[in-house]
Ligand binder design. Sequence first.
Ligand SMILES: [Zn+2]
Length: 383
Amino acid sequence: MARAGLLIRGARLVFPSGVRDGDCLVREGKIAALGEVKAPGTRVLDADGRYLAPGFLDLHVHGGAGADFADGDPEAAQAIVRFHAGHGTTGLLATIASAPVERMRKAIAALAGVPGILGVHLEGPFLNPEKAGALDPEGFLPPSREAFRKLVAGFETEVRVVTFAPELPGALDLVAEIQGIGAVPAIGHTAATYEQASVALRHGAHHVTHLGNAMGGLHHRGPGCVGAALLSAASLELICDGVHVHPAFVHLVVEFLRGRGDLHRLCLVTDATSAAGMPDGRWRFANREVRLQHGEVRLADGTLAGSALTLDRAIRNAIRFANLPLEDALSLVTANPAHVLGIGGERGALAVGATADLVLLDPDLTVGATLRAGEIIFSHNLF
Ligand SMILES: [Zn+2]
């Protein structure tokens, strides 16, 4: 079907510069033309005035639909990807929470060849137990080059982001190791002071894992990791569910970045767990029991344990919390994460030649259909 071509007609095309009416021709998995397109004999999908945007990219996903990437099960991995595709996500980083090294490696091995998985985000194990959040500190390791090499051996091309706590002794040695496999050194689950975080961000770390969560807050006498992150050039993850960070915090971050012309640094992530898309009750997160209630996922002691968020809802929240125009909100889940992964222009872009990972959105920004490489992988009463 994608080979023969597909014309999505009558859409409202969402570009970073704004929304324009037009059509989108897909051929051989790529966007072949945009604007007013004539392609006789091509199969036509009528968008009926819906928004057409690049598919969403999520840098931080643990699970969904009852499954967790930590299960180390290829079918579970496919179920997670399918669930998030129903919410517009066409590419994600399977995020493996800190665990004993062999268990993390088994989880990575199970992801091979699952379409829609763009790589792996290792959330640990070189993290600070003081800021474990819902992760099990049992598996945390002191930073060392040898331990890192053992962890990623054979998976150097899969691992794309590695979160570590920069204040731990030897942590900065990890930066060169992480860069050495072409991955993004990210700081998180950290008790770093403003000064410690600033040093790491000047020495090659250039991504901050769920800004505001599992790190000290922004205090006027101790601006901490949040202060250092904002004043750096790093890309920033934000869990925009209205629970992990206050809506006004989202607004503050957006206003600050916009004022600097730096909104391109912000990426919305879900940090979704197996509870996402499931009814209230008990679920699992990285081998621990968690409870989903009122849209919040927590350990028995009340600690937030990932989320039940999806990216379509994160976008709607961002628009509401920070008065963002649609095209800016969509950049937070398309162009910006693509740039972090070094695949800007090829993914997360509505551009001729880009991979035809696309999402059709209803006027209320719920997902009508999702296409990956030109193939419809999700449709809600549409086609
Ligand atoms: Zn996480």
